[in-house]
Design a protein around this ligand. Structure first.
Ligand SMILES: [Zn+2]
Length: 361
């Protein structure tokens, strides 16, 4: 390989399909045996399969053949509007976190939406939207590498919600676990907050809540979290919290006062299929109502399984949001609670209150 070629610079040009470097070098793909111009519209190969050559001749000598799409061995046919498209690409890069509609890009470029779409695709091989998403994904990965929290990086890169990131991740060659792990283990964010029921630890991934624990002091709660998720990287969150985390805390605070949540919070818990069925059923028991272990077992279609239901309640990783406190003994007593029976009785009392007030009117 030509020592004058900086592989990092070349690879960057390939990833951005930088047509201005066409003719300066070609890149060859070991897995396919093909070599291309930097601006080739074909899907990008893996970096480890790529090598760079200063000239077409060198690539051919090394046994590679010319790509049929970008035709690197033929004279360059510059698209008449490639400068305009290059300008648009820079504009999209600079405004990647923003909403960029086709209409907006059309105004920016002075081309009609249809014409813009056709021209952009002809030059880059991508639609403006695909290019925009690729820019965001690149920024997102950059933020992760800098150590920015996943939840923050999702917003900062302009994805708005994690579901939109996941939608795009597959197309961009990034697996959900890669996103979640950021190259290492799962990241779990947590904080503690004071509630009417004592101290509450709230922990979650970028997908949902993974632990809600009640206690008196921070240390044992964090220790329990670490034991529950031994492979995760735990990150304490400081205020101001990311928006989604703020909403989770607000909702859990309401629930600790015995009020019904406006919306069920998303969960990211590692439990058995049976536990999940129990938890999903528990979420349908309204505030102010209770069921016995036997009733829950019958409701999920396994009337013999009341002991297993008891076990599922006792191992509930997410207090309040999965209301295992609404499962009581058949003799009317509150029964056990993972976070103390006293708390369970208090919580049931709080949940009775709004109902009582309504009844006495
Ligand atoms: Zn090509």
């Amino acid at each position: 390989m030509n020592p004058a070629l900086d592989p990092d610079v070349c690879w960057k040009a390939v990833l951005s399909r930088d047509a201005s470097l066409d003719g300066e070098f070609v890149f060859a793909v070991r897995s396919t045996g093909v070599y291309c111009r930097p601006s080739c519209p074909a899907r990008h190969p893996l970096r480890r399969n790529v090598q760079f050559y200063a000239t077409v001749g060198e690539a051919e000598q090394a046994g590679f053949r010319a790509c049929l799409r970008c035709k690197p061995n033929q004279p360059q046919m510059r698209h008449p509007q490639s400068d305009l498209v290059a300008g648009l690409c820079r504009y999209i890069e600079a405004h990647a976190p923003d909403n960029l509609s086709l209409q907006k890009l059309s105004e920016q470029s002075g081309l009609s939406p249809t014409h813009l779409l056709r021209t952009f695709r002809a030059v880059t091989g991508l639609t403006p939207k695909q290019y925009h998403t690729a820019c965001r994904m690149k920024n997102f990965k950059g933020l992760l590498r800098k150590g920015v929290r996943v939840t923050d990086a999702i917003y900062d890169a302009g994805f708005g919600s994690s579901s939109r990131l996941y939608e795009n991740a597959g197309k961009m060659g990034l697996t959900p676990s890669e996103i979640r792990s950021g190259g290492a283990n799962t990241w779990i964010y947590y904080t503690t907050t004071t509630t009417d029921l004592g101290l509450m630890l709230v922990a979650g991934t970028d997908r949902g809540l993974c632990a809600v624990e009640l206690g008196e002091t921070t240390e044992p709660l964090v220790k329990a979290l670490a034991e529950q998720y031994p492979n995760a990287s735990l990150r304490p969150l400081q205020e101001p919290y990311p928006e989604s985390f703020r909403r989770w805390i607000d909702t859990l605070q309401m629930q600790a006062k015995g009020l019904a949540p406006r919306k069920q919070l998303p969960l990211d818990i590692q439990v058995s299929e049976f536990q999940m069925r129990v938890y999903q059923h528990l979420r349908t028991i309204p505030v102010g109502k209770t069921q016995t272990y036997g009733e829950v077992a019958a409701a999920i279609g396994q009337p013999q399984a009341s002991r297993a239901v008891g076990h599922a309640c006792a191992t509930n990783p997410v207090a309040l949001t999965v209301p295992c406190h609404r499962v009581v003994l058949s003799n009317g007593e509150a029964g056990g609670y993972r976070w103390s029976e006293e708390r369970k009785r208090k919580l049931l009392e709080l949940e009775q209150k709004p109902a009582k007030t309504a009844a006495s009117r």
